[in-house]
Write a protein that binds this ligand. Structure first.
Ligand SMILES: Nc1ncnc2c1ncn2[C@@H]1O[C@H](COP(=O)(O)OP(=O)(O)OP(=O)(O)O)[C@@H](O)[C@H]1O
Length: 257
């Protein structure tokens, strides 16, 4: 069964499209990377997929459930880690995790086991008795990720997940996401870091001016664009405007002599 189905999904603000006619299917267990320049519509798309923003047109289905028609049913299956972690400053880390677990009615045994596993993995287990207002950005990000995983969602949405993480934590997170997908979770993440997309994603989708211009595996992209191309070159070529594209091809000619 497909984990996510987007059908002609559009959102406009002040009569201007931020996202336009996006059609996309993501399969269960896939690690899907969403790439695009600043302002191309990534966050707007993720907000519609997670039920935080109402589409102007089109539909979002999560595990075959229309998120507008059955929001509670759909939201039980997902978790969302925004780019700016939103925590309750006056709660301790542990209290925040307990609160999220209670909202999702996680049983105490599962809660304890997951809380231990994820907070230890991200080395925040010894800071859980502190108020989250005293956490650094990276620690907030990690707690937000632990909270997202506490109810073992079918689908995990992440907006720029590695921003603010130190290299060791970023690597722990990459390994964890791969492991979760191998165990059947679906991960949909946006990133600016092309290396991450290149190293770990099953497929990438590239969005430009609100339109999904390419969806492919890394191998398919390389086959189409020449096997020597890095994702960075492919991304720049696909998303650049005419002037920049001419510049890039000029640079390439010079490089190849
Ligand atoms: N609430 C809003 N009101 C008006 N315009 C908006 C609103 N939210 C987003 N937009 C516009 O929609 C477009 C897409 O924005 P979005 O935040 O989805 O881009 P993004 O790809 O996530 O960008 P970035 O990589 O910079 O985070 C932008 O032009 C943005 O200004």
């Amino acid at each position: 069964m497909s984990a996510i189905i987007l059908n002609d999904l559009s959102k406009s603000f002040n009569q201007k499209y931020a996202v336009k006619n996006v059609n996309l299917t993501v399969e269960k267990g896939e690690l899907f990377c969403f790439l695009g320049p600043n302002g191309s519509g990534k966050t707007t798309t993720i907000k519609m997929m997670t039920g935080l923003l109402k589409p102007s047109e089109g539909t979002v289905k999560i595990a075959n459930i229309n998120i507008e028609e059955q929001p509670i049913e759909a939201k039980k299956r997902i978790a969302y880690v925004p780019d700016q972690p939103l925590l309750y400053p006056k709660l301790k880390g542990r209290e925040y995790l307990e609160f999220i677990a209670s909202v999702f009615e996680v049983n105490p045994t599962d809660y304890e086991q997951r809380m231990q596993k994820y907070t230890t993995l991200f080395s925040i287990n010894d800071r859980l008795e502190e108020l989250t207002e005293g956490y650094s950005h990276g620690m907030k990000q990690k707690l937000s990720l632990c909270a997202a995983l506490i109810h073992n969602p079918d689908i995990l949405f992440l907006d720029e997940p590695t921003v603010g993480l130190d290299p060791k934590s970023a690597r722990e997170m990459k390994n964890l996401l791969r492991e979760l997908c191998d165990n059947g979770m679906t991960v949909f993440m946006s990133t600016h870091i092309l290396e991450i997309a290149e190293q770990m994603c099953d497929r990438v989708g590239i969005i430009k001016h609100g339109e999904l211009i390419t969806v492919a595996t890394m191998n398919e992209l390389k086959k189409e664009r020449g096997s020597d191309s890095s994702l960075e070159e492919i991304f720049l070529e696909l998303t650049a405007d005419e002037e920049a594209r001419t510049f890039i091809s000029h640079m390439k000619e010079e490089e190849s002599g």
